[in-house]
Write a protein of this length. Structure first.
Length: 343
């Protein structure tokens, strides 16, 4: 799907996916995943969704760890968790499948947009995202994965958030932020690098935004936890660089400081912020952790699209390809909307 069309389609995709995920979770006996350390295993963008889920579970008193699938493979035979969620949007991530094969039978839950893809034969139960078609640089898949992780966290902790209003909030936020993204892109498109900064649950957004901007604009990016960023990483900054900050805490005063120092800066926040020359504020609604993570990535999606457009780039392909990151597809697996599955 075209990138810009995919971004705009997210309210509909989120509503469809939520209904499918809720129905599947009601069908499953989740008792095996209610006890012990909960491990979330994935690669790429899904890893960042896992970070947000760990924060959500931790707030509910559940011990959880976000694991890169290649690390799980490297740590074998040591098992870093007691039960697992394996995430792969296309169901073909090689490292995630290899990690699933190392986990004990009976505690392997899969989350994928291709429920009859390869991952399904390496886990004990599958939750279908039912996200439909996605863009080449993931947009729909990321936000529906966040929502699915939130719904699963609700089911495991018996502490549910209200998800019913999220599609409307996403639609409203996209409309409100579009002019701000165009304003920021005029400067960000000339940046030699972009630092993306956030803390707590918002670190998930910072990491995904850095990946998204890197893939779509071909500008070098880096991700930092907010308080770590105060300890030296900002030292190379000049007006040729740019910063995107996400959060309501220390990020606000840091964004103002950077703008006063002449660094092109964007702040995505739900906090009130005094105007500062050189600072573009992208306002966000208040929301619980996982819904907030969905809303936080929208400014980055819009900004990436506008920067790519300003740089004359089509967000439809990659320059560099690695042939060992995916396992072969099963015989004509279909994603939940009936389309052939993504790579």
């Amino acid at each position: 799907m075209d990138y810009y069309r995919a971004v705009a389609s997210q309210p509909v995709a989120l509503e469809r996916s939520a209904a499918a995920v809720r129905a599947r979770l009601r069908e499953l006996d989740l008792d095996a995943w209610r006890h012990g350390t909960f491990g979330i295993v994935s690669m790429g963008a899904s890893t960042h969704a896992g970070h947000a889920m760990v924060f959500r579970l931790g707030r509910a008193g559940r011990r959880a760890v976000n694991l890169t699938a290649s690390d799980v493979v490297a740590l074998a035979p040591y098992g870093p968790a007691d039960c697992y969620l394996f995430i792969s949007e296309g169901g073909r991530s090689r490292e995630t499948i290899e990690a699933a094969d190392l986990a004990p039978v009976g505690v392997r839950l899969g989350l994928t947009n291709v429920p009859d893809g390869p991952l399904s034969t390496h886990v004990d139960a599958v939750v279908d995202l039912a996200a439909g078609e996605d863009s080449r640089v993931y947009t729909v898949g990321y936000t529906t994965t966040l929502q699915a992780c939130g719904l699963l966290a609700d089911a495991l902790s018996n502490q549910g958030d209200d998800w019913t209003g999220l599609p409307d909030l996403v639609s409203m936020t996209l409309d409100v932020l579009a002019p701000k993204a165009a304003e920021a892109a005029a400067v960000f498109s000339r940046a030699t690098s972009i630092d993306v900064v956030g803390a707590g649950g918002s670190y998930a957004t910072a990491a995904e935004a850095a990946l998204l901007l890197r893939e779509s604009t071909r500008i070098c990016t880096a991700t930092y936890e907010t308080y770590q960023y105060l300890h030296g990483p900002m030292e190379p900054l000049t007006p040729a660089n740019a910063c995107l900050l996400i959060g309501d805490g220390r990020e606000v005063s840091l964004a103002q400081y950077l703008a006063r120092a002449g660094i092109p800066t964007v702040l995505a926040t739900s906090a009130p912020v005094d105007a500062e020359q050189g600072l573009v504020v992208m306002p966000l609604p208040q929301a619980p952790i996982m819904s907030r993570a969905v809303l936080e990535i929208l400014p980055a999606q819009l900004l990436a699209g506008e920067v790519a457009r300003a740089r004359g780039l089509a967000i439809d392909s990659f320059l560099h390809h690695q042939d060992d990151t995916k396992v072969p597809a099963l015989a004509q697996p279909r994603s939940s909307n009936g389309e052939q599955s993504p790579a």
